[in-house]
Design a protein around this ligand. Structure first.
Ligand code: G3D
Ligand code: MG
Length: 182
């Protein structure tokens, strides 16, 4: 019997950075132009192929405008194996907010008993790279922050033009196995 591997992935970052758009592009190969506020918790899933040919299913959790409710965030983080932090390369504050509140909150949650701190893997994604003329955050700043938060990768992506979207999810999924099996 083949076992099915499922990893829980959570996306974190300010409203409007493109979390829902990245998921939509990755899961449905679609970019919606009308802004839709994510309500509650939206979960979708997709299989990704690892370097060794095995497949793993990602259960992708998108928290919406309700991020301000502590009880919902608790539910959201619980059991997560992977965290994708997303900022918008055209808005400097969205990078600053990765450290506090997003990263800080994930770490606070992870330091609770029975959490998955030992296994959680992180990637940092700078989205909206297509808006080159409006870029406010240089690649190096993203890379520096990625190091600070112990991310396994920093990816400059565009959900709109489908640049590096698959890569971002795959790098993150792969990092989980690289660590576990090495
Ligand atoms: P969120 O889920 O993080 O809140 P959304 O963000 O995915 O809802 O995206 C917020 C806005 O950013 C949307 O625009 C969306 O179209 C836009 N967006 C998302 N990704 C990209 C990208 O890669 N490039 C560009 N140029 N725009 C992007 P609106 O206009 O609907 O507010
Ligand atoms: Mg959203």
């Amino acid at each position: 019997m083949k076992t099915k591997l499922v990893l829980k992935l959570v996306l974190l970052g300010d409203p409007g950075v493109g979390k829902t758009s990245l998921i939509s592009q990755f899961v449905h190969a679609r970019f919606k132009h009308s802004y839709q506020l994510t309500v509650g918790l939206d979960i979708s899933s997709k299989q990704v192929k690892l370097n060794d040919g095995r497949t793993v299913t990602l259960s992708i959790n998108d928290i919406g405008g309700q991020a301000r409710f502590a009880a919902i965030r608790h539910m959201f983080f619980k059991g997560a194996h992977l965290a994708m932090f997303v900022y918008d390369v055209t808005r400097a504050d969205t990078l600053k907010n990765i450290t506090d509140p997003w990263y800080k909150e994930l770490m606070e949650f992870c330091s609770q008993p029975n959490s998955t701190k030992s296994t959680i893997k992180i990637a940092l994604v700078g989205n909206k790279a297509d808006l080159e003329d409006y870029r406010m955050i240089e690649e190096e700043e993203g890379e520096e922050l990625a190091r600070q938060i112990g991310a396994n990768g920093h990816i400059s992506a565009s959900a709109k033009e489908n640049v590096k979207v698959d890569d971002a999810f795959k790098v993150l999924a792969q990092s989980f196995f690289d660590e576990v099996e090495s």
